[in-house]
Design a protein around this ligand. Structure first.
Ligand code: NAD
Length: 375
């Protein structure tokens, strides 16, 4: 079996999750090197996983490395992804694809021009929970999904005291968490046509009060609205209400629901690979749907592995650049609409990703391995 040799750029918190998960779940990927501006982090990752620590430029010049997995901070996704694409590497990037829409469009063009793949997180939409919901929807179990609901509340006054990028442009709640919800619905419903929204900031500047934080005493400006309501009109006719509030209580609440003319579909947390999926039919209580698809546990790297299998099979990959660019445009459109108080008309589109084959559940002994579902 041919493996795709890949390198990781960005040896931060999520890199260990990726490296452990790829080793555990995905034989198609052979991670051979890692890089980071922070040499201590880079060397400790290299040592822990027995891979090479190398400068990014060195990785880009290495012909045997075919893919770069970009796990750096959102603000540098664009320049680092661009560099790799220009060196003829396939790139799988953590969310979001870029901070600005024009940057995302440019990355898509460079990938096309250089005939290399560009894929993007979140890949949780390929997990057992959302794939099962897609299966139920596509089998007509709730009929026509006329409307839907996306809602999330968190408290970034707590999270942000240790992760101040959550207050800044590109890291605020609609980018950092909205992408999970918007990608889940993109994979189920397809592209959005237009967007209308309202938003507000609950504070202009956040002063860090947590004495254990290394940012204690700093005053961080809030770049983006942190309370947002929006209506998303999908091309298939579904009208979705979106609500995000990152200035509520720390105990997270979420809703991800579709209301059809023959039933209601409720999804689990789109920031996980599993999650409870339920269907409610007339005059019945909501009933849990048995998960029909694999990857129900931590499977970070699933999107990169699916892209690697797609390269080997010469077919489109599911966590596509077009879908990632579209999801970024929804966020961009929401902020434009808040500012102009007009309806934002979307300019990008994408092909809804195919559902994964059902039935590949578990690590395999009697049953086929989950990774077989990606072949
Ligand atoms: N932490 C999580 O739970 C989590 C979950 C899902 C997705 N993500 C996403 O993963 C990405 C990374 O998040 P993280 O939590 O690991 O962040 P992190 O800050 O822990 O790590 C980012 C790493 O990138 C490195 N870096 C920054 N600029 C660089 C450059 N120009 N060249 C080389 N290295 C550079 C930093 O030195 C740092 O080690 C983000 O896009 C984030 O949205 C994080």
């Amino acid at each position: 079996m041919k493996k795709i040799k890949a390198a990781i750029i960005g040896c931060g918190v999520i890199s260990e999750v990726y490296l452990d998960s790829i080793r555990e779940n995905f034989q198609i990927l052979d991670i051979v090197a890692c890089s980071d501006l922070d040499e201590v982090r880079m060397n400790s990752t290299a040592q822990k996983y027995g891979i090479r620590a190398a400068a990014y430029e060195e990785i880009l010049k290495e012909p045997e490395i075919e893919m770069v997995i970009n796990l750096t901070s959102p603000a540098v996704h664009y320049p680092l992804t661009k560099q790799a694409l220009e060196h003829g590497k396939h790139v799988y990037s953590e969310k979001m694809i870029a901070v600005e829409l024009e940057q995302a469009k440019e990355l898509c063009q460079i990938a096309e021009k250089n005939k290399v793949r560009l894929g993007c997180a979140p890949d949780t939409f390929l997990g057992g929970g959302i794939q099962t919901a897609k299966y139920a929807l596509e089998k007509g179990m709730i009929g026509i999904p006329h409307s839907g609901l996306i809602s999330l509340s968190r408290d970034y006054r707590v999270y942000g005291e240790n992760l101040p990028h959550l207050f800044r442009h590109g890291g605020s709640v609609l980018y950092d968490m909205g992408c999970y919800y918007l990608t889940a619905f993109a994979s189920l419903l397809g592209p959005v046509k237009s967007v209308m929204s309202f938003g507000k900031k609950t504070e202009e500047i956040h002063k860090i009060k947590r004495i254990s934080s290394r940012f204690y005493g700093q005053e961080i400006p809030l770049d983006d609205c942190n309370v947002i309501t929006a209506i998303l009109a999908y091309g298939n006719g579904t009208l979705v209400t979106l609500h995000m509030n990152s200035s509520s209580v720390v105990d997270e609440t979420f809703h991800l629901e579709l209301y059809g003319d023959r039933g209601i579909l409720r999804l689990g947390d789109p920031n996980t690979f599993g999650g409870r999926v339920s269907i409610q039919k007339p005059h019945n209580e909501p009933l849990a749907v048995p998960l029909s698809h694999g990857f129900q546990e931590q499977s970070r790297g699933l999107g990169a592995a699916e892209m690697a299998w797609s390269i080997c099979s010469d077919r489109p990959h599911r966590a596509s650049k077009e879908m990632a660019c579209h999801v970024l445009e929804i966020v961009h459109g929401i902020f434009c609409s808040i500012e102009t108080q007009t309806v934002y008309q979307m300019t990008t589109t994408f092909r809804k990703p195919e559902i994964l084959p059902e039935g590949y559940i578990g690590k395999g002994f009697w049953e086929p391995e989950e990774e077989t579902a990606l072949l």
